[in-house]
Structures are given as C-alpha cells and as structure tokens.
Design a protein around this ligand. Structure first.
Ligand code: ZN
Length: 448
C-alpha cells in the first residue's frame, strides 16, 4: 500500500475545525446578497463557492456538477442542487464588506491563537504589500476595467489595441507558516498602484487596529512620502526596496558606499546555494528633495554560487547581485543582516504568495468578470438598471478565505499532514473524495 493511500482528511473534521475554532458556519449565516426572497440562501451560495475553492475546482461549471451530489447539497445547507446561474446571480450582488468582516474575524482568531507568532523577527510580526494583475482581455470589459494600449501583430501588421485588465494590491502576513491575506484593494480606472496601496493601508488600520503587525515590507513602487507618513502615524516600521525610481537617494547611497569598505561580510548557505554577502549600512540620507527626513539605507552586494548541469556535467556558476533597502528599523535592534533578510522575504512573496494562488487556486480565472446576469434596481427615472457588479471582488475574498483556512487546517490542526508529508493539493483531493464516501443521510453540523 502506498503511504498516501492510508491517511486521509475528511470533510466532517475540516468543518468541525472551522466551526469550533472560527465560528465559521455562524459567520456565513450573516452574509447577504442583493436578491429578493431567494430560494437558495446567500449562506449556501457562499459555502458552495468556498468548498469549490477548498476542493481546488477550476470553474463554476465544475462546481455545478459537484453540487448534483446530495452530500455536498447538505453540506452547504441547501435542499437541492443549484447551478452556475444561481452562483453568478447571487455573487454578482454579494455584500463584499460582510465577506471582508469574515476574513478579519478569521485573521484575528489566528492571531489570538498565536498562529502568527512562529517566525517572528526580533519578536515582530511581518507583513508585505504586493500588486497583482488578475485578468486581461481585448474584448470583454466592465465599468471598473483598467485600460492600456498594447502593440500586437495582426496578419503580419503591427497594430495598437486597447487591452482591458484588473489589478489589485494585497497585504499578507509573511513571517509565519500560515500566511493570511489581511485585505485586498482593487485599482480604480485612472489611478496608480500607489493610490490603491495607500487606501489599502488606511483600511487595514481601520479593520485591524494599529498593532496587528509591526513591520511592513514594500516594493520600490510604494517608496513615497505619503506611505512613509502613514506608516509613522500608525506605528509600522518599513523595509522598502530602493531602486532608481528615487534617483537622488539611490545615487547618494551608491556614492557614499563606493567610498568605503563594507560594514560587514558573511557567507550564507541554503538550498544548495552559497551567497557571499557584503553589507553597507548608513543611518541617515535625505529621503527626497520634498521630504528630506533622514532614512536608513542598507546595501547588499551578493555573489551567488550554485551548481547547474551544463552538457550533462554539474558545474558551479557564479552570478552577482546588488540590493538596496530603505528602512525605519533601529540599527541598535535590527542589524543590516536582518534588514537584508527581511528585504529578501518580500521578494519571496512576489514569487510565492500570488504565484501559489495563481498556479494552484485558479486565482486568475476572472470569475464573474463583465457578467450581466445580476439583480437590478429601479433607477430615478423609473426604469430598471443592473446593480454594480461585485462578483470579482466577492469571489476573490471567498478564495482568500479558502486559502487561509485550508492553510490553518493543514499547518495548525492536521497531524496527518505533517506525519505523512502530504501536499496541500493531496489534502484538497482527499477532502473532495471524502464527500462521496459519506452516507447520504448524514446531516451537516450546524455548530458542532
Ligand atoms: Zn473589468
């Protein structure tokens, strides 16, 4: 018998964990949508979409076929199966702020349960901000689409076309094994990513209070005076990668460090890679001409040696890298080496956080984008008009909830996951398979 055939995760234990630890079913019962007297409750629609993501189903069509099973119907609290049309009609008018409140409640519970404590840096909880493009299209667009002109070839001729897309900024805890997203903010037509980021940071302060995390890691794009001011006001320390988009600060740091020997040097070995690292650290350079507050700058010069197969022979290859960061962290508490580590953690998020959601969670499927199957209201002139489409933000929040709660279940609760070194995908498949093994009369627990 293969090892993974034996241990298995089942829906009742997953649901019991969610209900006992997070009060999940009761929270789902509070959710609302824009339909009048619906036959299928918003709670059932939410639970169906949630389980669709837990099972890693690629589309609502697949979910519709799973919902033909009486076991799944009972588990989402519905008397009958329902289709893609019900999912779309409900979710396009779903109450997004209610979903966000469920996410906040889940994250607060994780923090209270010390799930964010592991991997703290000098006792501090670390979050990171990053942007992501969720979908793009040349033909389908909606009222909140962003637009750009893209050159492409049509019949051998170069033409410019308008491309429609959506982009969001998300904030995620990155130090602990469970890495929950705290909130997500969508870019509005005509605004820059830094505007959405600032709105997101303000909202996170409102949703979670000031001390939910301590250090925020940011891309160079967000290195702007209003972000520094807001972080100072809320009480977050910052580590921001410094690139040539702040030319004065970048040049003065490079000039200053070129004149002197590194402040420290060390070798860092992990995952078959060897880094020779030289670090420079200065406590105060003016941030910009308009905002000359002094900021600490750390520079890392790294040569990376790793083995690659070339003509079937393993050969060491060396590449050189340079990194700079601005930080508000005090040098008497956080060494330059720790600032470097934090800076690289953000880079890992870029490669792992959104990537995991994209590759394993159907994040970029573009759910309900430009969907016109949605409730309408009476307009001022007495006619009917469709309500604004909230489908994409609603589905994204449900996905982020599934992402967080599956990670909490496997990493915090499941003994099998660690003992048998299962993958997260295996657990998802086991949970889905376990449904068909349940007796058809089993009742989904309401609160147990
Ligand atoms: Zn759109």
């Amino acid at each position: 018998m293969r090892r993974q055939d034996n241990p298995t995760h089942e829906i009742p234990s997953f649901a019991r964990y969610l209900n006992q630890v997070f009060g999940f079913r009761a929270a789902a019962g509070q959710l609302t949508d824009a339909r009048q007297d619906p036959d299928i409750s918003p709670q059932s629609v939410f639970l169906a979409a949630f389980y669709g993501f837990v099972f890693r189903l690629p589309s609502f069509q697949q979910l519709e076929s799973d919902l033909a099973q009486p076991q799944l119907q009972r588990w989402v609290g519905s008397e009958r199966g329902f289709g893609d049309d019900v999912l779309r009609y409900s979710l396009c008018g779903f109450d997004v702020s209610g979903l966000e409140q469920v996410l906040v409640q889940v994250n607060r519970t994780l923090k209270r349960g010390k799930a964010l404590d592991e991997g703290r840096v000098q006792g501090r909880i670390v979050a990171a901000l990053d942007g992501v493009e969720v979908l793009s299209s040349y033909s389908r667009c909606c009222d909140s689409c962003l637009e750009r002109r893209v050159s492409c070839r049509k019949g051998g001729v170069k033409v410019e076309q308008v491309q429609y897309y959506h982009r969001a900024v998300g904030c995620q805890i990155v130090n602990s094994p469970v890495k929950p997203f705290l909130a997500i903010e969508w870019l509005q037509p005509g605004e820059g990513e830094e505007t959405a980021a600032l709105r997101l940071l303000n909202r996170i302060g409102d949703l979670y209070g000031s001390r939910f995390f301590d250090i925020l890691l940011l891309d160079a794009l967000y290195a702007q005076a209003p972000v520094l001011q807001l972080a100072e006001q809320i009480g977050w320390d910052l580590v921001i990668s410094l690139k040539q988009n702040l030319p004065d600060l970048y040049r003065s740091a490079i000039r200053l460090f070129a004149r002197r020997e590194p402040d420290s040097s060390f070798t860092d070995k992990h995952d078959g890679k060897t880094y020779e690292v030289h670090l420079w650290d200065t406590p105060g350079l003016p941030f910009s001409g308009d905002d000359p507050r002094p900021v600490r700058v750390v520079r890392s010069e790294e040569t990376l040696t790793e083995n690659h197969y070339r003509q079937r022979r393993l050969q060491p290859e060396t590449t050189s890298h340079e990194w700079l960061w601005i930080t508000t962290l005090d040098s008497s508490v956080f060494s330059a080496k720790q600032v470097r580590q934090l800076g690289h953690d953000r880079w890992k998020l870029e490669n792992n956080g959104w990537n995991d959601l994209t590759q394993n969670w159907a994040f970029k499927h573009g759910y309900l984008h430009a969907c016109r199957h949605r409730p309408s209201t009476r307009s001022a002139d007495g006619g009917r008009q469709l309500i604004p489409n909230r489908g994409l933000p609603a589905v994204t929040l449900i996905l982020l909830l599934a992402f967080t709660l599956c990670a909490a279940f496997t990493l915090r609760h499941s003994k099998l996951f660690r003992r048998y070194r299962l993958t997260a995908l295996t657990v998802a498949h086991q949970l889905r398979r376990s449904l068909s093994k349940l007796p058809p009369t089993i009742r989904a627990p309401d609160s147990s």
